[in-house]
Design a binder for this molecule. Structure first.
Ligand code: CA
Length: 224
């Protein structure tokens, strides 16, 4: 018996939901629609889906706030589907924790391939391969991080960032390189977005935060 991947669609236009549901069902996904932000958040909490498709213009809560709420309890990949095509809207969504952004109207094939791409990026490549250094331990499969055995809660991007650092220990990484590898799409936002994430990650790691060293004028290096 194969387990179908579950997609939660948060979109107030029911015809778009039906269209996406049908398309995804044809590609062997199980799709569930929610028509408001609140409904969507509780759907994510109860179903633990594999991917979320999220419209930003919702009747109750703005999509950006939905992303923020979801990120407090889940690292599920979020693909934004929105008519808002402004760069600052995209940056706001991505900074809030979205993983990709698709501008409406979009083609069916593109949507399906973006869903697949986001799943590929966000699913652990191997199982049971724990990364650790200097008392920090990261389990890519369970998506957990511990510092000296104590659980630390990271947001989706902080987790990805720490994974990248642990995989590239002792290597000087430029901000550009980090953006390309961790953010993983054509990101036109300010590279200082990384500084913000590093700052938060450092403080969550406590004493171990100092392993993330700043390389002045260039970027960062993780070294124990
Ligand atoms: Ca809408």
């Amino acid at each position: 018996m194969s387990h179908k991947l579950t997609v939660v669609i948060i979109e107030d236009e029911k015809n778009i939901c039906t269209f996406i549901e049908t398309t995804l069902a044809n590609h062997d996904y199980k799709a569930v629609s929610a028509y408001t932000g609140k409904e969507g958040i509780s759907c994510i909490a109860s179903l633990c889906p594999d991917v979320v498709l999220l419209d930003l213009g919702l009747p109750d809560i703005d999509g950006i706030d939905v992303i923020r709420s979801v990120r407090e309890f889940s690292s599920v990949p979020i693909l934004v589907i929105s008519a808002r095509s402004e760069e600052n809207e995209k940056v706001a969504a991505l900074d809030a924790g979205a993983d990709d952004y698709l501008v409406k109207p979009f083609g069916v094939m593109e949507m399906v391939s973006r869903v697949k791409a986001v799943l590929r990026r966000c699913r652990p490549q191997e199982t049971g391969h724990v990364l650790s250094a200097g008392g920090i331990s990261l389990d890519p499969e369970r998506r957990t991080v511990t510092v000296e055995g104590q659980r630390v809660q990271l947001t989706y991007k902080e987790f990805e960032l720490l994974t990248y650092f642990l995989e590239n220990q002792g290597i000087a990484l430029s901000r550009e390189k980090i953006l390309n590898s961790v953010w993983n799409y054509d990101y036109f936002g300010d590279a200082r977005t990384i500084d913000t994430h590093v700052k938060k990650l450092r403080s969550k790691l406590g004493d171990k935060g100092e392993y993330i060293k700043t390389i002045w004028g260039m970027g960062y290096k993780f070294e124990v």
